[in-house]
Design a protein around this ligand. Structure first.
Ligand code: ADP
Length: 270
């Protein structure tokens, strides 16, 4: 209540209008708090890899006479620089999706092609961890929105499924339609998520203790990006998980009929 300022004094007060003004104001206050919070989080998250980079480069200078140490420090420097790069990339992606309204310039999006593109983009990570990603059969389903954003959302889920699987594990990916909603499901048989973390994993920068101790090099932003993208498209993300058994993330989006031109058109790759 401390944030509310009602300016209407003279003239008879129109209650509806005053209520709207109050509401607008608290929305702005809330958004400002969210923004401030985000900047504080980002600064905090950036400090760790930046600190590591500067310590390592100092160590590198003083180890100049010992080639073994130089190699070790240089390798760690590359890792930390990579982490910093990934974090900045995710932060940019996050602020891009946060303000966007993909439905304003929506196009029909072929989900079979989106899933295929997400698998292609995560192939290197899957091979590195010897995880097989199995794509379900073609669905012919479409949704309405921003194709690049939806691809990013699916890609983030597949990347997580790979990262949190055991070496040699399997990841399943498919799409189906239920009552006018398309459901894109990404399943793994990996470490799973404890019940108390199920809601929290969608928060910005939140990573479970298990994830931190595995040092998968994540940023904790991937799922908040997925959630934003789904919600900006009028959809949602659901999560089922059991510790030690695995997880299934489902992105639910409004279904749209295949455009008339789609049947004649050869399938385009991302
Ligand atoms: P990160 O960059 O750490 O993967 P995300 O926002 O994508 O960030 O995920 C947040 C956290 O949710 C992860 O750090 C991990 O603790 C948990 N998580 C996400 N996906 C999975 C999964 N498929 N299996 C187990 N835990 C997961």
């Amino acid at each position: 209540a401390r944030n509310l300022v009602v300016t209407a004094r003279a003239a008879p007060i129109d209650t509806t209008r005053v209520l709207l003004l109050i509401d607008d104001r608290s929305d702005a206050v809330r958004l400002e708090a969210v923004r401030r919070d985000f900047v504080a989080n980002v600064s905090h998250e950036l400090k760790t890899p930046i600190g590591a980079v500067s310590l390592l480069s100092e160590a590198l200078q003083s180890a100049a006479d010992d080639p073994d140490q130089v190699r070790r420090f240089a390798a760690r420097l590359t890792t930390e620089a990579g982490r910093l790069g990934a974090l900045v990339q995710q932060i940019i992606e996050f602020s891009r999706v946060q303000g966007a309204d993909p439905l304003q310039s929506a196009e029909a999006v072929p989900l079979d092609e989106v899933l295929r593109a997400a698998v292609d983009r995560t192939r290197v990570a899957a091979e590195a961890r010897d995880v097989s990603v199995v794509l379900g059969k073609k669905s012919g389903l479409w949704t309405l929105g921003d194709r690049a954003m939806i691809t990013t959302a699916v890609q983030n889920l597949v990347a997580n499924a790979i990262a949190f699987s055991a070496t040699g594990g399997h990841v399943g990916l498919g799409v189906r339609s239920r009552e006018g909603v398309v459901e894109i499901a990404v399943s793994d048989q990996g470490i799973g998520i404890a019940e108390e973390d199920l809601d929290r994993v969608f928060e910005r920068f939140y990573r479970t203790d298990q994830a931190r101790s595995r040092s998968t090099g994540g940023t904790g932003l991937g799922l908040s990006i997925v959630k934003h993208i789904a919600e900006n498209h009028g959809g949602e993300v659901r999560l089922w998980s059991r510790v030690g058994r695995g997880s299934t993330f489902t992105v639910r989006l409004p279904e749209t009929p295949a455009p008339a031109s789609a049947a004649a058109r050869p399938s385009r790759r991302e």
